[in-house]
Design a protein around this ligand. Structure first.
Ligand code: MG
Length: 398
């Protein structure tokens, strides 16, 4: 993406949203709170979170200045808001003009009332701009569309296969859409979206696949749908990671597993404290996050990890889950050895893991098995651990 120059996003949020009102004095829909944040904040931060977006510019309604500043938004990529005009076309033009000094090559124009910013959809639009002046996300129209002038008598039934519903973000080569808007401002008012401006200016605009989730909140039932989406299963998605670890026994008098020192006729060999139980869960968590493995983050070649308590590694992995906005749902550990006996200390191991990962012990499983005297484990040359981590991460966290 980056070799193509900077990308700016204009979020148009000037509308009064009269269709979404519960009370006569209701506020504009962009400022309605949806799952703890205003719809507008969700929209803006949806773009601010995308690494390939360089600037986000809100265009707000002239009467909304106080409401907007009360949000006290701050982000390095968020530009100072621009006050829009009476019509959407004018608001977009003012936004485009305000971006003139930002040095962007491509611009995306988005409705402030579409709070579900889908990364894949945004990428489709941006990629289409590699070969076209503009890109418009669309969805096929599923209802049969009737044409009527008075809302009573039918003039015609439209051919549905030729109809597409336009969504946003609509993407454009910045200089071309700015020039088109400038011209349209003098010659063609009342164009309902930017693709219409581009079309009017004979720009080459390609249709790309839209996304059902990128819907616009217009009516109360749209708002309820958005609330359901946020509260429901779509918000988080499960990820599962697995781990496997083997350590050799060497002369010693205790084995450390799950942070517990178990008296034994040998100890485990390793660069750190060789706690194969904590190592394997660290790897399982890093696997669920798809963030490498324990060796990537704590290379055995680095002297500073020598003798390090393995709690450090597991704490790191558990914190990464938290930093990604996720949570650990379940950890399952299997220790495979002939000796020492794990049963008597399994509760202690379980409680330790739960404490380190800041989760309930009822979500930690510790199991043990022997190898029936077979193989390296059976000969007591070493032991093996297996781990599975089930976590939840926010949907779209990639
Ligand atoms: Mg290890």
């Amino acid at each position: 993406m980056s070799e193509q120059g900077k990308i700016g996003v204009i979020v148009v949020a000037g509308g009064k949203g009269l269709r979404l009102q519960r009370h006569a004095d209701d506020m504009p829909k962009q400022y309605r709170v949806l799952g703890g944040k205003t719809i507008l904040e969700r929209t803006l931060f949806g773009f601010l979170a995308l690494d390939f977006i360089d600037y986000v510019l809100p265009v707000i309604g002239v009467d909304h200045r106080e409401m907007f500043s009360a949000l006290a938004l701050s982000h390095p990529k968020l530009l100072s808001c621009v006050i829009g005009g009476g019509e959407r076309q004018e608001s977009c033009f003012l936004g485009l003009q305000a971006l003139e000094k930002a040095g962007i090559e491509r611009v995306l124009i988005h409705d402030g009332a579409r709070p579900f910013v889908e990364k894949k959809l945004v990428l489709r639009v941006c990629r289409a701009l590699e070969n076209h002046d503009g890109a418009l996300p669309v969805l096929p129209v599923t209802d049969t569309i009737k044409q009527s002038e008075d809302g009573k008598t039918i003039l015609a039934t439209m051919n549905r296969s030729e109809l597409w519903a336009a969504q946003t973000p609509q993407g454009f080569q910045y200089k071309k859409i700015l020039a088109a808007h400038r011209k349209a401002r003098k010659l063609a008012q009342g164009l309902t979206d930017d693709a219409a401006v581009a079309e009017w200016a004979n720009m080459d605009v390609i249709l790309v696949k839209g996304d059902e989730r990128a819907f616009k909140i217009t009516t109360n039932s749209d708002f309820l749908r958005a609330e359901t989406m946020l509260n429901g299963e779509n918000q988080m998605e499960p990820r599962v990671g697995s781990g496997m670890d083997i350590h050799r026994f060497e002369p010693g008098d205790k084995v450390r597993l799950g942070g517990v020192d178990i008296p034994h006729s040998a100890k485990l060999k390793g660069h750190s404290d060789a706690d194969a139980a904590l190592h394997v869960l660290t790897d399982a968590l890093l696997g669920a996050l798809a963030e490498g493995d324990i060796g990537t983050h704590f290379p055995p070649s680095e002297a500073k990890w020598k003798g390090e308590p393995s709690e450090t590694f597991l704490t790191f992995a558990a914190n990464r889950v938290q930093e990604r906005g996720g949570r650990i749902v379940h950890l399952d550990l299997t220790i495979n050895c002939e000796a020492p006996k794990i049963g008597p200390v399994s509760k202690q191991i379980k409680d330790n893991i739960a404490r380190i990962c800041d989760m309930s012990a009822s979500r930690v499983s510790v199991k043990a098995t022997t190898s029936e005297k077979l193989g390296f484990v059976g000969r007591s040359e070493g032991l093996m651990t297996l781990g599975t981590a089930t976590i939840e991460l926010p949907r779209g966290d990639d």
